[in-house]
Design a protein around this ligand. Structure first.
Ligand code: ZN
Length: 283
């Protein structure tokens, strides 16, 4: 009876060593090395098939969120999101945009990203306005733009979404393996980790390009940030949340409510998506 026990123990040791080896071997490697190990989930280039983008207007309905002197975040976010969708479809060939909301309604955070997962979107972009707390001194002075990607603390929640979307991203015979996905299976474990990291890298890439575009129009750069946000946590695709300005700053409130300001913001985001696509095709 001792022999099978030994064998099981040996298996566990080999399994653990294997997983550790792969985790270490792939950590910090360049994109090209990772791509040799696994088919990296790339967003669709507009040269082969249509690109589907889900645009999410933050808040809505009873959730008005922040407000400025004369406007509410939920209304600004909706107007900018609708304009962004129109601009993307006009400027990016073969692109299609779906919205999480087109009117003033409340949609739970998880439902928003579930919509994107269900339609196997290539990108998810959430539009928000920033604000300093009312009690904060210097509240009205703070300004600038920032774009957020899901923090690594939330990576575990992406597993189901990635699994559901994986079939369209990977090779034919991979589907069978994926349906029987077992988190304890070393191969599934490694591929899942790499896919999550690939989405994270792609999200950071898009967020960086959006910030660069904002800066080119003289906006104040507050950087790309990682945060544990429920709306991004389950994304089975590259996903960003962009804060288009401080509604608590009177000058920025004017800007994000003006026609010229909105046009500039949506062109910044659209140009960033186009640049992102070009880089994904090249790489
Ligand atoms: Zn918000």
């Amino acid at each position: 009876m001792r022999y099978p026990f030994k064998s099981q123990l040996s298996f566990k040791i080999i399994f653990t060593a294997f997983v550790l080896f792969y985790s270490c071997a792939t950590y910090g490697q360049t994109d090209s090395t990772v791509k040799q190990l696994v088919p990296t989930p790339k967003p669709t280039s507009f040269t082969d098939k249509p690109m589907l983008i889900v645009v999410d207007a933050g808040h809505g309905g009873q959730d008005g969120s922040t407000r400025g002197l004369f406007s509410k975040e939920k209304d600004v976010a909706l107007q900018v999101a609708l304009l962004l969708g129109q601009t993307i479809e006009k400027e990016i060939p073969n692109s299609k945009v779906l919205y999480t909301r087109t009117e003033d309604v409340f949609i739970p955070l998880y439902e928003r990203i579930d919509m994107a997962n269900r339609v196997h979107a290539d990108l998810f972009i959430s539009i928000h306005c920033n604000s300093m707390p009312a009690s904060m001194r210097g509240r009205t002075n703070v300004r600038g733009v920032e774009t957020i990607v899901s923090g690594s603390g939330r990576l575990g929640q992406q597993d189901v979404a990635i699994r559901e979307n994986a079939s369209i991203l990977l090779e034919k015979d991979y589907k069978d393996k994926y349906e029987g996905y077992n988190p304890n299976d070393p191969e599934s474990f490694i591929i899942m980790s790499l896919m999550k990291n690939a989405y994270r890298r792609q999200s950071i890439k898009l967020a960086t390009l959006i910030q660069q575009q904002y800066i080119s129009n003289g906006r104040i750069d507050r950087g790309v940030k990682e945060q544990s946000l429920a709306v991004l946590a389950k994304a089975g695709m590259p996903a960003v949340l962009t804060e288009i300005g401080f509604i608590s700053n009177p000058e920025e409130e004017e800007y994000i409510n003006s026609e010229a300001g909105r046009q500039e913001i949506v062109h910044n985001i659209t140009s960033a998506i186009m640049e992102y696509n070009k880089e994904m095709i090249v790489n």
